[in-house]
Design a binder for this molecule. Structure first.
Ligand SMILES: [Zn+2]
Length: 201
């Protein structure tokens, strides 16, 4: 067992590390000691990178992606089809789709899914922005690329009904996404196949 850190600043570091997802108090103490052992090669570069990224990266006002430019580089890419929007729960899922290298349209990051458990309501998601992007004829298709979890599918149904009256085709990912499956955990091939054989909602 590692001894408890004595100084207040070290204690603060351990507390902050312990706020990271999946990191308990013991792991936080181990991480803090590891960082201190690798002060020059890891701790100082990490500290300056954290500060620089926090300063430079913002959420894209159009799609919600994280980037150093606003609108983001995906929204500004002239080679991408701006008439197709892929709706994802999080930037992690956007990254998963980008890794599959199949999709060449635009994105819309919701910032979560509807969930009674975590008290996420429609007002917490970027749904008004999605509706706005589907009005005015600048969008042809909306692909609902949400996880095959109960919350993901509830959200997909909610969005489909929200867009019902608008002049867009709504589709969803097809086979390959296992029930209960979260997008971020799928391999690129599976995700690619699910996207290519998407179905009307
Ligand atoms: Zn963007």
């Amino acid at each position: 067992m590692n001894p408890a850190p004595s100084s207040a600043s070290l204690d603060h570091l351990v507390k902050l590390l312990g706020k990271l997802p999946g990191i308990g108090p013991r792991s936080a103490r181990r991480l803090a000691l590891h960082l201190l052992r690798k002060k020059e090669t890891l701790m100082l570069p990490l500290a300056s990178t954290l500060a620089a990224v926090a300063e430079a990266v913002t959420a894209c006002r159009q799609c919600g992606n994280l980037d150093t430019t606003n609108p983001c580089s995906l929204c500004r890419d002239p080679m991408r089809n701006a008439r197709v929007l892929c709706v994802v729960e999080s930037v992690a899922d956007l990254w998963a789709l980008e890794r599959s290298a199949t999709y060449k349209g635009h994105y819309h990051v919701l910032g979560g899914v509807l969930s009674a458990l975590s008290d996420t309501s429609p007002d917490d998601l970027r749904l008004e922005q999605l509706q706005a992007r589907c009005q005015g004829g600048q969008t042809d298709e909306v692909i609902l690329a949400l996880s095959a979890t109960l919350d993901g599918q509830t959200t997909a149904h909610y969005i489909a009904s929200l867009l019902e009256e608008l002049p867009v085709t709504v589709t969803r990912l097809a086979q390959g996404v296992p029930v209960g499956g979260e997008l971020d955990y799928l391999d690129e091939g599976t995700l690619s196949a699910a996207l290519l054989s998407r179905l009307p909602v």
